[in-house]
Design a protein around this ligand. Sequence first.
Ligand code: ADP
Ligand code: MG
Length: 482
Amino acid sequence: MPNPLLIRGYEVVIGLETHAQLSTASKIFSGASTAFGAAPNTQACAVDLALPGTLPVMNRAAVDRAIRLGLAVGAKVAPLSIFSRKNYFYPDLPKGYQISQYETPVVQGGAISFLLGDTRKTVHLTRAHLEEDAGKSLHEDYAGQTGIDLNRAGTPLLEIVTEPDMRSSAEAVEYARALHALVMWLGICDGNMQEGSFRCDANVSVRRPGAPFGTRREIKNLNSFRFMQQAIDYEIQWQIDQIEDGLAIQQATVLFNPDTGETRAMRTKEDAHDYRYFPDPDLPPLVIAPEWIEAVRASLPELPAAMAQRFQDADGLGPEDAQMMTQSLPLARFYETARDASQQPKLVANWLMGEVSKRLNAEAKAIEASPVGAATLAALIGRIADGTISHNAARQVFDALWAGASTSVDALIEAKGLKQLSDSGALEAIIDTVLADNQKSVDEYRAGKDKAFNALVGQVMKASRGKANPAQVNALMKARLG
Ligand code: ADP
Ligand code: MG
């Protein structure tokens, strides 16, 4: 079967490495604060500055968060893992090495699965390891000079590495979105991509179908899903161009320039042996007792995949709706509250994915900041479900609520005169008039022309100035015409 994902006859292979900044109050090996945005070097203590005689001390909260991820992705949480020194020189790395995990990481294996369109994909994880972040070089703030800010030095990171399992930029982006949603769901990372709390490196190669893996280039530090997609798409075309021109791909680290939409080689890639990894003699092995793992397991929230399954089984949502409703914990809570209050799961999901998310996106708001709360949305949906108002009228009420109307849903329906005409006496009076005025349509209907029925319903709707409850008009008219 031809592979529909082939691009110019090549198969794309992608593996992602993601740095998630762990949401601890203090750094991974020191007591300095990790809060974002402080004045340069005000949050760098002696350990972060690598002053002689200082020693690192493991932050338990960082390990806790690594265990949470490990359990959530079904990985093995290593009972013993090792911190190593990754040696390299850079001005924002005063120790001359980064403390990371190399041969024995804390999280081993696991997988993340998600829907891409209506197909379920699973991406296997190789590992997730704990490490410290480096400082920042500030090139723009000082003319002709570079400033060094060590506030970020020692910030805890969890680097999550996938197997080369992805076959398109769309798949890579969906995986990254799923991981992003998961780390926030677990409360281990704030997910703020602008501030660099969640950044991805994409390893990309291409090959002829069936051939061994091609040589990869690694696009560094992608901090938005849109850039990730653009960067990978550009990179694929660039690599195929190279190969078609008879040139070999050189393993390299590249940067994506959002202004030009291009990737450009930054340096040829180091190999692991260039870093002279060795176990850090300042830190004992990280030992995680089974009791610790069980305590973390007991504290985990219901996971998004399990919750989505529950929404399918108990609420009758489709797989895509269920995944949408579990994009974030606050959204899932909103959905559940509105569903319980209205008993209308499908309508709640539709409104959340439609009107509500449209407004939230346009105003760059999170669901927590929605001016229309779960109880109010449920009240509105209740009035659609019981036939009081039409969908169209509901949208008008929603608009008013979103704009800050402080009255209740029912008061708004009343004030705007949006109530559907459901009183059968009143409706029958209108129907009588319409039938009397449209004898031709009545005859046609009786002669077997179904369209004539719709025309008559249309006349009733018109006569009621759009307020008649269409379902009821249909029923009454059917009864009348026999
Ligand atoms: P390093 O640590 O040097 O970056 P790894 O071998 O640990 O290298 O792999 C890093 C990432 O590159 C992983 O996500 C892996 O799945 C991915 N990867 C490895 N080989 C390829 C390849 N040929 N094409 C695309 N991705 C690859
Ligand atoms: Mg790498």
